[in-house]
Write a protein that binds this ligand. Structure first.
Ligand code: GLU
Length: 584
């Protein structure tokens, strides 16, 4: 059996979107499961869309996710170069083969001529113009022109493209591993440009030639490529490579999150505003911001029922219809890179510094996601194991993954689920590792903390947050003096007449030899009994005194971590503050 070779073939046209990472993950899992090879190929022949830094971004993103290619640019391998811009001669050779065999032809039509043809067809009220078997003889190309005129044009250096001559009356069957049988009629397909006028191949040519030469056995890619696959199979046929053609698997779309996951009673006002602003930017209608917002507010009035509110009603006027149509497009369908910004979640693995602010994005990594959690989240966007298991280590994913269990219908992106996965990973993460990450985050603050201390912080806090950096926010009082107090609760709980007793408690705790959480706890309980005070009178006060809030880990753990002196200081200082607050 031939060894499985799966490639990931991104184009460096910007930061790699999370959908691209999912493709790479599936590529990787499939290759690893079968002891195959995971190949990275950079498809950079479209110079107009080339973006500086995008290739590095792709490589860094794969590295962060732990999806390191076995072959690729900068890694090497027997099938290089792995950057298409370095393979120009190869494509020349193969386009020549198609020309020689009559499967491709020179086309001299200028952009203006093509536009004129499009306009003419439109004016005649026919379908839009397609360069194909029915029209190619009306155009200026090596099929419609005499051999001598073609030669003359070529000799004079007149620019040309090379088009695929799509055979007529054939049926192409693609046996997609996910979609099963997809049939294309060649009469419906056009003569795609394979070589551009500058001598660079288009995606179609470079992709087919490279998959063949790199002995790729499996092509996994987004559903948007399915319509091109008829052409691709036909090209394999014309090259005489159909027998060794890779198997195709077209992944379902990643869809925008369900509106109910972000439009809630609490957020609907905010989203009415932001969608209204966006609508105003895109609409050509004469409409007031307030009127647009009113329609949106109405649609969002019951966040659980947005879809039916979006139905166009008989009495809706043109403006209302326009707003609803805009909302439909903005809230349903394929996840786009803009959705992250507008809905407040990441759609890129790593942050990306674009030329402008609107082109810059924060990544999963920078938000504080664990790469394993991101992989675990992504593997479920299209695949399911057929069991209830949700947590998968990379090894388990490799063992369990199969294209057979990838669905056809779109997978909704659910950011809350991504956060949930991260929380699960954090809870299971080694305290020492969390401590090391905290140390890096804290290094700028120069607090002189040691790892042993941070390990205790990690143990106390990891179940209470979704991300490591959150530990530093919600548990800041473990590192620094209390900055702000929950005054409302203090006013409710603090009884000035208990001041004396609370000072006795502070003194008692100061005297404990080994300042350990369980000993502190028993001393506090003993104190409450002796002083005949209830839990509600003491514990919230202690918590507020040492942390400023009533939430967070056990108050005894906090005290033990802070130590004798700090606990005592905070208690006495806070009591004073509580008294002052009540007196105001
Ligand atoms: N370069 C194409 C892309 O970025 C690859 C599509 C494919 O995998 O064939 O989407």
């Amino acid at each position: 059996m031939t060894k499985m070779r799966v490639r990931f073939a991104p184009s460096p046209t910007g930061a790699l979107h999370i959908g691209g990472v999912r493709t790479a993950l599936y590529d990787y899992l499939l290759a690893k499961k079968h002891g195959g090879t995971f190949v990275l190929r950079i498809e950079d022949t479209d110079q107009k869309r080339y973006v500086e830094g995008a290739e590095d971004y792709i490589i860094n993103a794969l590295k962060w996710c732990g999806l390191e290619p076995d072959e690729g640019p900068g890694i090497g391998g027997d099938f290089g170069p792995y950057r298409q811009s370095e393979r120009k001669e190869i494509y020349q050779k193969y386009i020549q083969q198609l020309l020689d065999d009559g499967h491709a032809y020179y086309a001299f039509d200028t952009a203006e001529e093509l536009d004129a043809m499009r306009d003419k067809v439109k004016a005649e009220g026919k379908h839009s113009f397609q360069y194909d078997a029915s029209t190619r003889m009306l155009m200026r190309n090596s099929l419609s022109m005499s051999e001598s005129s073609v030669k003359e044009l070529l000799d004079n250096g007149v620019p040309f493209t090379i088009r695929f001559k799509m055979p007529e009356d054939q049926e192409v069957t693609v046996n997609d591993l996910i979609r099963e049988e997809v049939i294309f009629q060649t009469n419906e397909l056009d003569d795609k440009v394979l070589m551009k006028s500058g001598g660079l191949p288009t995606y179609h040519l470079a992709n087919i030639v490279d998959d063949h030469l790199m002995e790729i056995t499996h092509v996994i890619r987004g559903e948007e490529w399915l319509p091109s696959t008829g052409l691709h199979v036909m090209m394999y046929r014309c090259f005489g490579w159909e027998d060794s053609m890779p198997k195709f698997a077209h992944l379902p779309l990643i869809l925008k999150p369900a509106p109910s996951t972000y439009v809630t009673k609490r957020t609907k006002e905010k989203f009415s505003e932001s969608f209204a602003i966006e609508f105003m930017k895109t609409t050509e209608l004469e409409m007031d911001y307030e009127d647009a917002k009113k329609v949106i507010t109405q649609v969002f009035s019951n966040p659980k029922d947005i879809q039916s509110q979006l139905k166009i009603g008989k009495n809706d006027d043109g403006k209302k219809k326009a707003v609803k149509t805009f909302l439909k497009n903005a809230m349903y369908g394929k996840l786009s890179k803009r959705d992250g910004d507008r809905l407040g979640f990441p759609v890129f693995p790593l942050s990306w510094e674009g030329k402008t602010e609107i082109d810059s994005f924060v990544g999963f990594k920078e938000i504080g996601f664990d790469a394993d959690a991101v992989n675990n989240f992504l593997v479920f966007l299209g695949w399911n194991p057929g069991t209830e298991q949700e947590m998968f280590s990379m090894k388990e994913m490799i063992d369990t993954f199969s294209l057979k269990r990838v669905g056809k219908s779109g997978a909704k992106f659910d950011y809350e689920k991504a956060r949930w996965f991260n929380q699960q990973y954090l809870m299971n993460k080694d305290d020492r590792k969390i401590a090391e990450e905290l140390m890096v985050l804290l290094s700028e603050k120069r607090l002189g903390l040691d790892l042993a201390f941070l390990e205790k912080v990690a143990a106390m806090m990891k179940e209470r947050v979704h991300f490591i950096p959150e530990i530093l926010e919600s548990g800041y009082y473990l590192f620094e003096p209390v900055k702000s107090y929950d005054n409302k609760t203090i006013l409710k709980r603090w009884k000035p007449e208990n001041m004396e007793k609370m000072i006795i408690l502070a003194e008692t705790l100061k005297g404990i030899m080994s300042f350990d959480a369980s000993i502190i706890e028993s001393k506090v309980k003993q104190f409450m009994e002796e002083q005949e005070l209830g839990f509600g009178e003491v514990l919230p006060i202690l918590r507020l005194a040492v942390s400023g809030t009533t939430m967070g880990p056990s108050v005894f753990d906090i005290m033990a971590l802070l130590g004798h002196e700090e606990t005592n200081n905070r208690m006495t200082l806070s009591y004073k503050y509580f008294d002052e607050l009540i007196a105001e």
